[in-house]
Design a protein around this ligand. Structure first.
Ligand code: FMN
Length: 202
């Protein structure tokens, strides 16, 4: 007696570079809006002045086209802000176990603390998020115990001077889709405002 094991159907993007690129852009844009998506909270890596890697989770706030840029919000007193002032090279990584997609994004990063983009971003922040930027004690400062730094909710608008937008302009994208029939791995290089893709051995 022999059994045939039904394999799940492969998505149309599996062996199509154009559809893979569409899927990347769709997942990133959805991630900026959908807090239930793994694409909402990428791991964002920077390089310390000593040349060591440093990585942390950040909330993806927006995606710009041409050039393709990811927008994050942060406090300009953080370690990552200082690191980027010394070295703009960064990296973002996302793995969504629901759709079995990993995305690795090499980026040039810029920290903005004034201008239209920053004002618009600040105007969109919720009062609770604004409060985080209002603390007099800078993030990363040693304190006696958790809870020792509490924002004064009556002064939340004062946080604006510590607020910054981190723009991550993507230069190379690497895609990995896990599939029983063979993982699909692709690299996309920026070519002006277009992307040129190729398949890689997984
Ligand atoms: C789910 C989650 C979301 C986070 N989102 C942000 C964010 O959007 N911006 C940010 O600066 N830090 C965010 N953090 C905190 C950072 O991961 C990090 O701890 C903090 O920014 C200090 O990082 P740094 O010292 O490397 O700059 C988040 C942490 C978690 C767990």
């Amino acid at each position: 007696m022999s059994f045939t094991v039904e394999k799940p159907p492969l998505p149309a993007f599996y062996d199509d570079l154009d559809l893979t690129l569409d899927e990347i852009l769709h997942r990133l844009r959805d991630g900026a809006r959908n807090r239930h998506s793994a694409f909402h909270t990428p791991a964002v890596a920077t390089v310390t002045p000593q040349g060591a890697p440093d990585v942390r989770t950040m909330v993806l706030r927006g995606v710009d086209n041409a050039p393709l840029r990811l927008r994050f919000h942060t406090d300009k007193r953080t370690g990552k802000a200082y690191q980027l002032s010394q070295n703009p090279l960064g990296f973002c990584e996302i793995y969504d176990s629901n759709c079995k997609i990993q995305l690795r994004l090499a980026c040039d990063m810029t920290l903005l603390d004034d201008g239209e983009t920053v004002e618009r971003a600040w105007a969109q922040t919720r009062p609770m998020s604004r409060a985080c930027y209002q603390t007099e004690t800078a993030p990363g400062t040693e304190i006696p115990a958790p809870g020792a730094v509490v924002p004064d909710t009556a002064r939340i608008d004062e946080g604006r001077s510590n607020f910054a937008v981190l723009m991550a302009e993507i230069t190379t994208m690497e895609w990995l889709y896990l599939a029983a029939r063979g993982h699909a791995r692709a690299r996309f290089e920026r070519d002006g405002t277009h992307w040129t893709g190729c398949w890689l051995a997984p």
